[in-house]
Design a protein. Structure first.
Length: 497
């Protein structure tokens, strides 16, 4: 039987909130560039420990402090975007960043409050881990979503990596959370908890090393990194710099290159204005070379799109489906525009592209696209991978500056390759530009903040991983069932941990 514990004193609660803040910091250290993935279960254990001695309100406050620690450290790049590139003074930039952190931390407060309202100590190791993952799902989709720094994203290089093609990032999160709660059970000398921990961490040794197989010969690709100053990009001088830089880098490529890729919005102009330049570039390409570029489009209804188009041996186009709030469109436009310089950047508001767009065809490849932020949405990328043999993501990570943001973004792109058993070609404005193989390994990479081109091979892949085939819903269902295991037992015993 579990032994009842008394409610914590005020001092103990304050200590618990401080530990929750530290647990958030530890979770940031699991992600790139630190990659201390083994801290993930530790962070979960610190939140789980003592949770059933708290009231729902106290649990919510503990969750909020965890979120402050996580986003205050792991999403600190928000300040760089607002201050350095949004032309906002330091006091206001600090305030807006703090407001963002405080708001995002509410996700943890909400699900921990619900957990304590609905679940008791019986089977708590299971129900808490299930609730954690359902909280991540909520954060992924509520209010347009922000699936950044999910627990599972840290495990692209860990012993758990082989689970990614099976159930994706949420299965990795569930295993991490279960490992943390079961570690606490072991601390309480409930030795049976050792068996599921061993099973979760040893089972990858028996899983297939590769779920997909080559569908053709490798293609030679060149990914161009312009490294243009963001503060000049949308000025006439910036337009000239972009046109000259990408034209020169393209002209330097060998004739045996099958596909050349320019990054997101490589040319700071509309497609209609860029067409003459693109036609000149095409005239100098080898006959069998295709070129893809990120570009802004305007249609006949005067709607604007963030898109990928091609010249040469290319069919189709892609318009970004999942837009970034405050980056590509402005919520509450009439209230915010004109109030702060950050909300008056010289870019038109984007319109989302249609769902389930057909893949592009280029250089003999069937390409599933994800522009910038979209690569962090596991199920969106899986939907593209079902109909493509290669994945392409173009991005402008200049907004992150020299922060940890680009490394986190790149790590999530690597996980998408692993989840779907597809090569990912990633072309960015100033890094991290790279080619990733179907096991999430980096085969070629450019240094950040350099003007350069990266050449390498991508191979079209056939077959679907279990995750690509089904998406995340099996893991979501499993997490819900685990949480249900703890429902209805709240009154059966006094709080324990």
């Amino acid at each position: 039987m579990t032994q009842a514990l008394p409610p914590p004193s005020r001092g103990q609660r304050l200590l618990g909130y401080a530990i929750a803040l530290i647990a958030g910091l530890l979770t940031t250290l699991t992600a790139s560039p630190f990659e201390l993935w083994w801290l993930g279960p530790v962070a979960v254990a610190l939140i789980y420990l003592g949770i059933h001695t708290l009231t729902p309100g106290q649990a919510a406050l503990k969750g909020w402090w965890y979120g402050v620690g996580l986003f205050g450290s792991g999403a600190s790049w928000v300040y760089v975007s607002i201050h350095d590139y949004g032309y906002t003074g330091m006091p206001l930039a600090l305030f807006l960043t703090a407001l963002f952190v405080a708001a995002m931390a509410l996700f943890f407060a909400v699900w921990l409050w619900l957990y304590r309202r609905l679940c008791g100590p019986r089977l708590a190791a299971l129900s808490f881990a299930g609730a954690w993952v359902l909280g991540e799902v909520l954060r992924t989709y509520a209010f347009t979503g922000f699936p950044w720094l999910l627990l599972g994203s840290a495990h692209v290089d860990s012993p758990l990596a082989a689970w990614a093609p099976v159930g994706g990032v949420y299965l990795l999160s569930l295993i991490t959370a279960l490992s943390g709660t079961l570690l606490v059970e072991l601390l309480h000398r409930r030795w049976l908890a050792a068996a599921p921990i061993a099973l979760m961490w040893l089972a990858p040794l028996a899983l297939p090393a590769q779920w997909t197989s080559p569908a053709g010969e490798p293609r030679q690709v060149a990914l161009l990194q312009g490294n243009l100053p963001q503060e000049l990009k949308w000025t006439p001088e910036g337009q000239r710099m972009a046109a000259n830089t990408f034209s020169d880098l393209t002209r330097e490529q060998d004739d045996d290159i099958d596909l050349i890729v320019w990054p997101e919005a490589a040319l700071p102009m509309l497609e209609e204005d860029a067409r003459p330049l693109l036609e000149r570039v095409q005239a100098n390409l080898a006959p069998d070379t295709a070129l893809l570029t990120g570009i802004l489009q305007r249609d006949d209804d005067d709607l604007f799109y963030n898109a990928v188009i091609g010249v040469g041996d290319v069919e189709g186009q892609y318009r970004k489906e999942h837009l970034v709030p405050f980056g590509e469109y402005l919520p509450f436009d009439s209230l915010l525009r004109g109030a702060i310089a950050f909300f008056d950047l010289p870019m038109p508001a984007m319109t989302p592209g249609p769902a389930r767009q057909a893949p592009m065809q280029a250089a003999g490849l069937t390409i599933g696209n994800a522009i910038c932020y979209e690569i962090i949405y596991a199920d969106l990328v899986a939907q593209r991978a079902r109909h493509a043999d290669v994945l392409l993501t173009v991005s402008n990570d200049t907004w992150f500056g020299a922060s940890i943001g680009p490394h986190q973004h790149f790590q999530m792109a690597r996980l998408r390759a692993l989840e779907n058993g597809r090569y990912v070609a990633r072309a960015t404005s100033n890094g991290v530009t790279a080619i990733i193989d179907p096991q999430g390994r980096v085969t070629a990479q450019l240094p950040q903040f350099e003007t350069a081109s990266l050449t390498g091979e991508v191979t079209p892949m056939q077959g679907l991983t279990p995750f690509t085939r089904s998406g995340s819903w099996p893991t979501w269902l499993l997490a819900a069932l685990l949480m249900v295991a703890g429902l209805g037992f709240k009154r059966q015993s006094k709080p324990v941990a």
